[in-house]
Design a protein around this ligand. Structure first.
Ligand code: COA
Length: 167
């Protein structure tokens, strides 16, 4: 039985970087996490983790950089990213608390809109975002690349929906 009554939502620190790799499953994102930490130091991103009894069980990142839509420059949009909860801790409301914290952080900074990309096959996550007030505003090819922990280029192709919410 998972006791989620003592979930701590807090900012990521340098000491958490290894734990974000989840015993190796997300080691490939090592450079992405380091860059996210660097962005957080520069005020460009906010990184939250959920912790239970000293174990990091989930995370959400919020990118504060500008987002372009139809050539229009929208500076008041925050982009929710890297959202995940460890499997045994899902369906206990922890993800919802992370979304709430992310939106709160955006509102405190005067941001008016949050967006999140969800893979088109990820019906559970989409339902959760809809319940939180997000709606699809366009499709996205979901093509992106990164350099993994071995220094090798990796390409991801995962068609997604972009969902938005006015804060
Ligand atoms: C998507 C994800 C982050 C959601 O996290 P979560 O902690 O399970 O989210 P919540 O518990 O807040 O909500 C999930 C469900 O549990 C329900 N729930 C919320 N609070 C609850 C509680 N206290 N007790 C029981 N169920 C609860 C919600 O109503 C929701 O129900 P639904 O499946 O009908 O939509 C998690 O499932 C995950 O990591 N998935 C794999 C990675 C992923 O898909 N990430 C998203 C990329 S866009």
């Amino acid at each position: 039985m998972i006791d989620t009554s003592h979930v701590l939502i807090r900012h990521v620190t340098e000491a958490d970087l290894l734990a974000l790799e989840w015993e190796g499953e997300y080691r490939k994102y090592r450079r992405i996490y380091r860059r996210a930490m660097e962005d957080a130091r520069r005020g460009r991103r906010i990184l939250f983790v959920a912790e239970i009894g000293g174990e990091i069980v989930g995370q959400i990142f919020v990118q504060l950089s500008h987002y372009r839509s139809n050539q229009e420059h929208i500076s008041s949009t925050g982009y929710l990213q890297s959202f995940r909860i460890k499997p045994p801790f899902r369906n206990h409301g922890i993800g919802s608390r992370l979304i709430y914290q992310a939106e709160k952080a955006l509102k405190e900074r005067g941001f008016k809109r949050a967006i999140i990309a969800v893979a088109q096959h990820n019906h559970d996550a989409r339902r959760l975002y809809e319940r939180h007030g997000y709606s699809i505003f366009r499709e996205d090819p979901g093509e992106w690349s990164f350099i993994d922990d071995q220094g090798l280029p990796q390409h991801i192709s995962e068609p997604a929906y972009l969902m938005e919410k006015q804060l």
